[in-house]
Design a binder for this molecule. Structure first.
Ligand SMILES: [Zn+2]
Length: 272
């Protein structure tokens, strides 16, 4: 742990909150862009990308002014309602900004204001965005999974993270191949698709950041927690027939636990 001074902590928190408002844009727009590429996007959203059109109210479509876009502050200032039509603004927006801010603060606290902290903050932010997108749409956009994989390899080669480069490369390869193999065998036996290619790419990316060995406790933790949540949702009648619980959020959560507690502690939890 580092002694984190108050100004440094405030800087990390503020920066994280600002990044969080960009995460909101990604969460809303990336799935629509993926659907567009497959010509499945709603007609009103055709031609959208990350920058175009400018942010607008989803209800009255009035473009927002600069002071409506201040992370967290605007939400508080506008009392959670659109300035033009008074339509409530989803609580997810300030929530994502707050969580991202806290993740950046936690990384600064753990690693100080260093490239390591920046690397892990980007890692955590990407996983947050991927989890929410997967939970809402069962999509894991390549734009995020592939970027996460390459940045893991680069962070390792630059020594920004403690993982040696050969382990990062093996982690990525083993991650992709192992989940692909599981899905292939599952499909041969049940003639059902169990996992999407997005899950393989996410697991490859996690391998690039964590190395091949921690992927073992990671996949155990993710499967077990995913299964428990699936059973709970089914018991409460919230999981409809033919729908499945997306795997991405559980992979992301397990990866977060491994970064915080280390793979050895995770193996102990599992009694291995
Ligand atoms: Zn409005």
């Amino acid at each position: 742990m580092n002694e984190l001074s108050f100004p440094s902590g405030l800087l990390a928190l503020t920066f994280g909150v600002v990044v969080g408002s960009f995460v909101n844009v990604l969460i809303h727009r990336l799935p629509l862009m993926v659907m567009q590429a497959h010509e499945a996007a709603p007609e009103s959203e055709v031609g959208l990308d990350i920058c175009q059109p400018a942010s607008h109210c989803p209800n009255c479509h009035t473009p927002l002014r600069a002071w409506h876009l201040l992370p967290l502050l605007s939400y508080v200032w506008l009392k959670g309602r659109c300035n033009f039509c008074q339509h409530p603004i989803g609580v997810i927006y300030p929530l994502i900004e707050t969580v991202t801010g806290l993740l950046w603060l936690a990384c600064a606290w753990r690693w100080g204001l260093t490239p390591s902290a920046l690397s892990w903050a980007c890692f955590a932010t990407s996983l947050l965005a991927l989890s929410v997108i997967d939970w809402q749409t069962t999509l894991l956009p390549d734009a995020l999974t592939q970027t996460l994989l390459w940045t893991g390899l680069i962070a390792s080669s630059m020594r920004w993270i403690a993982l040696p480069l050969d382990e990062a490369v093996w982690g990525a390869a083993v991650g992709y191949t192992s989940l692909w193999l599981v899905a292939f065998v599952f499909e041969q036996i049940t003639h059902q698709e169990g996992m999407g290619a997005g899950d393989f790419k996410l697991f490859a990316a996690l391998g690039a950041w964590l190395g091949p060995v921690p992927l073992i406790p990671l996949v155990f933790l993710a499967s077990m927690s995913g299964m428990l949540v699936g059973i709970a949702l089914k018991a409460r009648g919230q999981l409809h027939e033919g729908r499945y619980v997306p795997f991405g959020p559980f992979l992301a959560m397990a990866a977060g636990l491994l970064v915080v507690f280390g793979p050895n502690t995770a193996l102990q939890w599992l009694g291995l």
